[in-house]
Structures are given as C-alpha cells and as structure tokens.
Design a protein around this ligand. Structure first.
Ligand code: XBP
Length: 258
C-alpha cells in the first residue's frame, strides 16, 4: 500500500542542482569568497547581498565577474586571463570556508540522497559550478561518503553553454543513459528551471530566501524545501507532496501524475 496511491511512470533518475539547492552556498559562500579574493588581489570591489542578488542571475563565476565589469562598473579592469586567475583564487577561498564546515546542507537533502542511493534510482548533479567546488561542499562531515555514490556529475565548463541553456542537464541524462521523461530535476532558480525544462525534464523547485521572488511559473512543483519529518515542507504550487517531506515515493508520484 502506498501513501500516494497508484502511479505508472517509472522514475529512473533524479538530477540535483548544487548551489542554493543542496546548500545555501551563494550569499554566505560564493559571495563572501569573491569579496575575500577581491580584497586579497588589491581590488576595491565588494559585492553586497543586494548586488549579488542581481549578479547571481548570471550563472558561472567567471561570467559573473565579466558581467560586473560590463554592466555594473562599465570598466574593463581585468582581461580574460586575469578573470580566470581571480576566479581560481575565489574558489580557493570558498574551499577554505567549507573546510571549516560553514555551510550546512538544506533540510532533507542528506536524508533524500541516502534514500535514493539505497534504491535503484540513479542520482546525478547538473551544476554551473566546478567539480572542485562540489568536492569542497561534500567534504563537510555530514556528507561523508556521499559524493562517490552519484551516478553522474555534470559540472562547470564541461558543456559549451551554461544554464539557462539545457546543455548541462542533457549531459547528465546522457551520462546516466536515461531519457528526460524518466527523470526529475531539483532546482532553486529561474535560470536552473529554464535549463532543466529546456532539456524536457519535469522540475521540482525548492526555492530559498534568495530566489523566492523569481519566476517559477514553468515549474511542475514549487515547495519551500525538501523537508524533514520534524521540519515540514510547504507546498506552494503545482504537484503537492502528501508527506511533510519529499521521499522516493513522493518523487515517483510526482513523475507519475499526468
Ligand atoms: C550556481 C552558479 C555558480 C556559483 C559559483 O551554480 O551559478 O556560478 O554561483 O560557482 P548551480 P563558480 O546553481 O548551477 O549549482 O564560481 O564555480 O561558477
């Protein structure tokens, strides 16, 4: 007997975005690391929470720095090679922050990953950030042994175009050998939603305080968080989860509903 009733579509894979979806890494993670790198490189740039909220709409750290020069300060302070070097410096700062275990996973993430890893369902990552930053995030104590269990990790510069282009989700599907109809994407931003939907994948949005006012009208389900038995999710729109938390059965029902 199931909690959700009958469903007929077979869930084969779940693909997770990283930044903002697995953990709130943007405002208190990448942004802080960018500012530290700017300071250590002698730049007088400082990205406030408000500025970063705009900048984060451009996916990719290197692309974000270029966009800042072009559209915010209207000054080419750094060329492409200098941007690359600054971005590497920022990622070293970010990894150091995570070594101190500063950015916890969002509610329900570790629980759901463990349930999926113990099942037949394949699990992947589709992210704009680099493999090094994913390793840094998963080096935190609560995620010990999890990263090795993913079936595919599609990350960073491995595709021609970053989100909102669908390339990274298409790569994750191909790497796992599953079709878009057999998979679910979990995202937290409008740009990520466009990417997953562009690849034809049913998408669950777990927004956060940084992205809650973004346009999620294309999403198949919008909820506040994956949730825990004692820390319930709220269904916002689209498919509604019957339990206070997202589990494998809930995801199967989500994929299976017309
Ligand atoms: C989010 C991004 C990334 C991070 C910074 O990726 O756009 O650019 O902000 O990481 P996603 P990098 O939501 O797809 O996980 O500096 O390594 O780009």
């Amino acid at each position: 007997m199931t909690f959700y009733g009958e469903f007929h579509m077979n869930l084969c894979a779940v693909i997770f975005d990283v930044d903002g979806t697995l953990a709130e890494t943007e405002a208190q993670g990448h942004r802080v690391a960018f500012n530290q790198a700017f300071k250590e490189q002698g730049l007088d740039w400082n990205w406030s929470l408000e500025t970063y909220k705009e900048l984060v709409k451009v996916t990719g750290g290197k692309e974000r720095i270029a966009h800042y020069q072009n559209d915010f300060i209207h000054q080419q302070v750094l060329d492409q090679d200098q941007i690359k070097a600054l971005h590497l410096h920022k990622n070293r700062c970010y990894a150091q922050m995570l070594q101190q275990g500063d950015i916890p996973f969002r509610p329900g993430v570790v629980r759901l990953l463990k349930e999926l890893f113990a099942s037949e369902v394949k699990v992947a990552i589709a992210t704009t950030t680099s493999p090094e930053n994913i390793e840094a995030l998963f080096s935190q104590k609560e995620a010990a042994g999890l990263l090795e269990q993913f079936d595919a990790i599609a990350a960073g510069d491995s595709v021609p175009q970053k989100k909102p282009a669908p390339d990274i989700y298409i790569k994750a599907l191909n790497d796992m050998g599953v079709t878009a109809e057999q998979a679910i994407a979990v995202e937290d931003t409008h740009q990520g939603l466009r990417s997953a939907k562009g690849a034809g994948i049913k998408t669950l949005i777990t927004y956060n305080s940084y992205t809650e006012d973004e346009d999620f009208t294309q999403a198949d389900s919008v909820i506040t968080q994956l949730g825990e038995p004692d820390n319930a999710l709220q269904n916002i729109r689209g498919f509604a989860f019957a339990r206070p938390y997202v589990d494998l059965e809930g995801l199967q029902a989500f994929l299976g509903e017309p």
